[in-house]
Design a protein around this ligand. Structure first.
Ligand code: HEC
Length: 153
């Protein structure tokens, strides 16, 4: 029994090593698709909060709290997909400046993480005015980075 547990643990440990090595070899095209997917999901969960804080649809605290929680996690996901190996691909709206001004890009991505965490906290507190203010700050963080680093279409 003990040996089985030990072997299972070993399998998990070596599996982790393999998947780490595999992720080091992810194709640039795949990195682009993944980061775009993370961005698209941010749009999906951000939009309805906006409609509610602007009074376009009735405020639903449960949906706001859920969406803000998703956003807090999604806001961490896109960044490791922005690797220099993707800079020359066509199927991306990411500007090559990302890889030349990487400190600026990193600070704008961290800003988004900070602001989405504040939005999630505001949503949990149930204070609609705080949610509204935090929503605006998240929107600013999205826009600032898109203005600097995303190609306009
Ligand atoms: C630090 C920079 C940065 C921040 C912050 C940021 N984005 Fe983006 N976003 C990008 C870049 C760069 C792209 C283009 C990615 C690509 O095409 O490879 C993008 C693309 C997108 C797309 C298009 C995805 C697709 O399907 O191609 C959506 C939607 C989007 N962002 C929504 C958001 C929302 C909503 C927020 C805020 C909650 C946000 N972004 C914050 C940099 C950022």
């Amino acid at each position: 029994m003990k040996i089985k547990v030990l072997l299972a643990g070993l399998a998990i440990a070596t599996g982790a090593v393999w998947s780490f090595q595999a992720s080091a070899q992810v194709k640039p095209e795949t990195l682009v698709k993944q980061r775009q997917a993370a961005m698209a999901l941010q749009g999906k969960y951000f939009g309805p909060i906006g409609a509610m804080v602007q009074g376009k649809v009735p405020y639903d605290a449960a949906i706001v709290t859920r969406n803000a929680g998703y956003l807090e996690v999604l806001a961490k996901m896109p960044w490791d997909g922005f690797q220099a190996s993707t800079a020359d691909l066509k199927e991306t709206d990411a500007k090559p400046e990302i890889y030349k001004q990487s400190d600026k890009f990193r600070s704008e991505s961290q800003k988004l993480e900070t602001e989405t965490a504040k939005l999630a906290a505001a949503a949990r507190s149930g204070d609609q005015n705080a949610v509204k203010a935090a929503f605006g700050d998240v929107g600013q963080a999205c826009k600032a980075c898109h203005d600097d680093f995303r190609v306009k279409r």
